[in-house]
Design a protein around this ligand. Structure first.
Ligand SMILES: O=C(O)c1ccccc1NCC(=O)[C@H](O)[C@H](O)COP(=O)(O)O
Length: 216
């Protein structure tokens, strides 16, 4: 049985990165988006990236960033994964994917089955789709859940993950209900916007790992 992949997104301190790694996170998301309460400058993202061990993948998250600053950010941060969370096109993702060693993810807001079908246009352009709730005040990180029923009996054409409103209280249900191979959480693991809670990070990882083990 494949391991449960767990992305803890929007970490901004060494302490919470260490806690997420210790709790079993497989991916750590660093957000570079100025309107986000989890925003990191590229310099700070690079510093925190250095704290992430080789056993855990560093995910740099950007939104509609232009090519030149994207290239500069990748050079400085050296992430394992680039997660694009805006209106980026399949052509842009393909260009990055075909000209780098990066794993490229596209986050897509899912409000109905049509949105799921449209997401298939990234099939050959991205390594993984991250299904999230439709954009709210921010493109992501809103603590809003998508309707998991939309994923029932869906024919996934590529690796995928589930995000949106996940936390210790519902991640086991999400895995049982959708079979999500990767789960991703941000605001549900915070004591206030942008401030991660180590107890919630631990509880989230514990619940996700237990649910996957039970499904085996
Ligand atoms: O986390 C943010 O602040 C953010 C801002 C702008 C674009 C994307 C953002 N987060 C992306 C993620 O991968 C989040 O983990 C995902 O949207 C789920 O967030 P949440 O519903 O808060 O768990």
């Amino acid at each position: 049985m494949a391991d449960q992949l767990i992305k803890i997104c929007g970490l901004t301190t060494e302490e919470t990165i260490d806690a997420a790694v210790e709790a079993g996170a497989t991916h750590i998301g660093l957000v570079h988006f100025e309107k986000s309460p989890r925003h990191l400058s590229i310099a700070d993202a690079a510093k925190l990236r250095a704290r992430i061990p080789d056993s855990v993948k560093a995910v740099l998250l950007t939104v509609n960033m232009e090519p030149k600053p994207t290239a500069e950010a990748l050079q400085e941060v050296q992430p394992d994964v680039l997660q694009l969370h805006g209106k980026e096109t399949p052509e842009w993702l393909s260009l990055i994917k075909d000209n780098s060693k990066l794993e490229v993810w596209k986050a897509v807001g899912i409000k109905d089955r049509a949105a799921l079908e449209r997401a298939e246009k990234f099939k050959d352009a991205a390594h993984r789709l991250l299904y999230d709730a439709a954009a709210g005040a921010l493109p992501g990180g809103n603590g809003l859940a998508l309707d998991w029923r939309l994923l029932l009996n869906h024919r996934h054409v590529m690796p995928w993950g589930l995000a949106g409103g996940l936390g210790p209280h519902n991640v086991a249900d999400a895995i049982r209900y959708t079979g999500a191979p990767l789960v991703d959480a941000s605001s549900g693991l915070e004591s206030e916007p942008g401030v991660k809670d180590i107890g919630k990070i631990r509880a989230f990882c514990e619940a996700a790992l237990a649910a996957r083990k039970a499904a085996a």
